[in-house]
Design a protein around this ligand. Structure first.
Ligand code: SF4
Length: 233
């Protein structure tokens, strides 16, 4: 029997990154120890063994939401790659693939987990910027791009010019021979409680132009449509 620590399972339209606009089912794991200060899902940080689901229950909920029409699942968190999740995460991905789902994995960018990355169809891999107050490794990013870049996006939330320059330095640190493999995507920060940050969006777009247009700039559509604090959208 496989038991999973799940925060929520819901159907929504992807609101960010290069798959923006695609309806899918989100499976959000509980628990994260990474601690980004501008995290917009802090309610997922706790590990709460009182709320577990068996793999059969998770698949039943996914199938009900799918209605055999939406064959895409995005696995997110929390930190679905926390070592304590990996065995159950792997079992979930195997079951989803056996039922012909396209599986996207949202990875925090702190670790590479080949036994899971090899199974999924796509990995969204974060660069944690200075405004998150979390450090990520250029070496980890380079190894990820080399091994999995052909089925990945590298994504960073950008608050200001310092964040932008930091991501640009990471981008330049990846060997040119593999840098082209993933999509590189900037998400202008849109924090809970603030009005739509138009000036920040414009600044990120202009910085991208000034630095030679290496990135795609894609905002968090669900936040301007539903508001930055709305959940399960
Ligand atoms: S890794 Fe994700 S869930 Fe964890 S703190 Fe950072 S943004 Fe929040």
């Amino acid at each position: 029997m496989v038991t999973l620590l799940i925060n929520s399972i819901y159907r929504a339209t992807e609101g960010e990154g290069i798959h923006i606009g695609i309806p899918q089912i989100f499976v959000r794991f509980q628990g994260c120890h990474i601690g980004c200060v501008n995290c917009d899902t802090k309610e997922s940080w706790d590990f709460d063994p009182a709320f577990t689901m068996e793999l059969d229950e998770v698949m039943e909920k996914v199938e009900v939401l799918s209605q055999n029409l939406i064959k895409r699942v995005s696995i997110t968190g929390g930190d679905p790659l926390h070592p304590s999740h990996v065995p159950s995460l792997k079992a979930l991905v195997q079951e989803l693939k056996a039922r012909n789902y396209f599986v996207n994995l949202e990875a925090a960018g702190t670790r590479i987990v080949p036994e899971v990355f090899d199974l999924v169809d796509f990995v969204s891999f974060d660069i944690k910027t200075p405004s998150t107050q979390v450090k990520t490794s250029r070496d980890v990013l380079s190894r990820f791009v080399e091994a999995y870049g052909q089925k990945a996006q590298v994504k960073a939330v950008v608050f200001d010019k310092k964040d932008f320059e930091y991501v640009f330095d990471f981008y330049k640190s990846v060997p040119e021979s593999v840098r082209f493999k993933p999509s590189w995507c900037l998400t202008p920060c849109y924090e809970p409680g603030e009005p739509f940050p138009m000036n920040r969006f414009q600044q990120v777009i202009r910085l991208n132009e000034d630095f030679g247009l290496p990135f795609r700039v894609i905002g968090q559509q669900h936040k301007w449509v539903f508001g930055p604090e709305e959940r399960l959208v």
